[in-house]
Design a protein around this ligand. Structure first.
Ligand code: AMP
Ligand code: TRP
Length: 336
């Protein structure tokens, strides 16, 4: 039987952090032999908020290198850069014209980001989920592995598919494939180090709030030493009055590879003074091999670029095919 198709992506805005790793990329890596995978660097999404043109290309390469450093393997996965395939922008336009405005105005991420930006909100920021729908639909993806925060965008993608198939599909021949989110409970919401009720995010102005995959051991240790804790006795999961405690124990569990019960038992009697160095050492040890591999890959630009070219060539076949299908269904003439 053919493998199911997976598509996901990360924006090249700033550094990847533990939330991106544990909520998304690590899950892609673990499941990759079971699926036919497409992973893109979504650089078109990165310009929905103000960006630095001097850094965009380099950040995109860096994210692709981090995919590889985290364990994405070209034998199982096609890696490419979104803007290298023009079908993404083109399908987004076609989908725009069937997507009701109020569906986009409801998106939580839009409301949050728009609030932070005040006056300067672009149409692109509002339209962001439609471009994301195009990313997913161009590859006939069955599954989209993401963190919890992206669930609403995938539901919107599904609504768009249902609408297009309903308006333009034939009974037995839908135009677009209906995708589903793949959200693993563990790691789906990694929280900030400065506030255990807020998710760890690239856009938080405080560097102290997140651990980046490329932070040095000294930076990691310092951030964990200073992170927010509480004054309860012992450490425990799931106490609603102790969001920071739950988050830090979860990080320890996920990065040490131990079970929840084992971590709960090991840490039940610990104080923060004992736990923090243990967590710091665990994070440093988990990130060290990723960092070593990352610098190796970035040191061989020619190989990285060749890999992205091959990825683009393969991905383009599916993308152009689906774009054609949609244009035909919508009634466009073929180019003469
Ligand atoms: P972004 O940084 O917005 O491009 O997100 C890339 C991926 O990381 C998406 O699948 C997100 O759902 C996931 N992600 C981002 N922040 C977190 C977080 N704090 N916890 C878990 N997953 C996250
Ligand atoms: N919106 C996603 C995020 O911020 C990134 C993204 C863009 C994406 N296109 C996608 C994720 C397609 C999965 C599938 O995390």
């Amino acid at each position: 039987m053919d493998k199911k198709r997976v598509l996901s992506g990360v924006q090249p805005t700033g550094n990847l952090h533990l939330g991106n790793y544990l909520g998304a990329i690590r899950n892609w890596v673990e499941a990759q032999p079971d699926y036919d995978n497409y992973f893109c660097v979504v650089d078109l999404h990165a310009i929905t908020v103000p960006h630095d043109p001097k850094q965009l290309a380099e950040s995109s390469l860096a994210i692709a290198a981090l995919y590889l450093a985290c364990g994405i393997e070209p034998t199982h996965s096609t890696i490419f850069i979104q803007s290298h395939i023009s079908a993404h922008s083109e399908l987004a336009w076609l989908l725009n014209c069937v997507t009701p405005l109020n569906w986009l105005e409801r998106m939580i991420q839009f409301k949050e980001k728009a609030r932070k930006q005040g006056e300067n909100v672009s149409v692109g920021l509002l339209d962001y989920p439609v471009l994301m729908a195009a990313d997913i639909l161009l590859y006939d993806a069955d599954l989209v592995p993401v963190g919890e925060d992206q669930k609403q965008h995938i539901e919107l993608t599904r609504d768009i598919v249902i609408r297009i198939n309903d308006q333009f599909g034939k009974k037995k021949k839908p135009v677009l494939k209906l995708p589903a989110p793949l959200i693993r409970e563990a790691g789906a919401r990694v929280m900030s180090l400065t506030d255990g009720t807020k998710k760890m995010s690239k856009s938080d102005p405080s560097e102290q709030s997140r651990i980046n995959l490329l932070d040095s051991p000294a930076e990691i240790t310092k951030k964990i030493k200073r992170c927010k804790t509480d004054s309860f006795k012992g450490l425990e999961f799931d106490n609603p009055d102790r969001p920071e405690c739950h988050n830090l124990l979860s990080l320890y569990m996920l990065l040490s590879g131990q079970s929840r019960d084992a971590v709960a038992a090991e840490c039940a009697e610990m104080g923060w003074g004992q736990f923090k160095p243990l967590l710091a050492d665990t994070v440093v040890a988990a990130l060290e091999p990723i960092q070593t591999k990352y610098y190796e890959i970035m040191g061989d630009r020619a190989s990285l670029e060749a890999l992205l070219k091959a990825g683009r060539e393969k991905a383009e076949v599916s993308a152009n095919d689906v774009l054609d299908r949609v244009k035909t269904a919508l009634g466009f003439s073929k180019p003469l």
